[in-house]
Design a protein around this ligand. Structure first.
Ligand code: AMP
Length: 195
């Protein structure tokens, strides 16, 4: 089972990634969590193999911008190298732009892992902002939330068509309740996984 969860912050994809990964006993690789963890341990510079990139990344995360692709690809290479990811994974937060999706193709080819499905969480924008304000993560001002959405619209939205053309996109109505979303994903993905 190899799945990419695609959708904006507040679309519910992280909650679904965590619960479905636990159910299917595969790791959920949340790039936001991996970055925050690497930052707390002072490892960003090492992963980026470039000290300036590591420093830049912290400022970019705080500003709601994407961190450099080189750092992200390093982080994913490291994650795919871990034994836990050999039998499947859910990617939560990667790829987030076209360059990253091409890097993912290359990484999967190198790892000899066949391509999976991309689950796209579709949620109207006003509902997203509402949900994120309610979530109230520290430092999540409305400005920062809107900045993240703008970056998503500019850089990540093109991936929807990219994967749709590749015929591996599964679209889910992310405005449903968490349980309804879980059921919708399970009913679409399970039959595919068995085949
Ligand atoms: P998230 O928890 O997924 O909202 O991610 C938090 C922050 O981490 C984002 O606002 C970005 O600054 C950074 N980030 C996470 N994933 C990526 C990615 N694939 N590419 C670039 N930056 C990322």
């Amino acid at each position: 089972m190899r799945l990419v969860f695609l959708g904006p912050s507040g679309s519910g994809k992280s909650t679904q990634a965590a619960s479905l990964a636990a159910r299917w006993r595969i790791p959920s690789l949340s790039t936001g969590d991996l970055l925050r963890d690497a930052m707390a341990k002072g490892r960003l510079e090492t992963i980026a193999a470039h000290s300036d990139l590591g420093k830049q990344a912290q400022a970019q995360m705080e500003a709601g911008e994407l961190v450099p692709d080189q750092l992200m690809v390093g982080l994913m290479r490291e994650s795919f190298g871990a034994p836990a990811t050999q039998h499947g994974w859910i990617l939560d937060g990667f790829p987030r732009n076209l360059a990253q999706s091409q890097a993912l193709d290359t990484l999967l080819q190198i790892m000899g892992q066949p391509y999976g499905q991309v689950v796209y969480f579709d949620v109207p924008e006003n509902k997203l902002v509402d949900r994120m304000l309610k979530r109230g993560r520290q430092n999540d001002s409305e400005d920062l939330i809107r900045q993240r959405l703008q970056v998503y619209n500019e850089q990540t939205v093109p991936l929807i068509d990219f994967y749709r053309r590749r015929q591996c996109l599964v679209e889910i109505d992310g405005s449903l309740s968490p349980q309804e979303i879980t059921d919708a994903i399970s009913s679409v993905i399970k039959p595919l996984a068995i085949v």
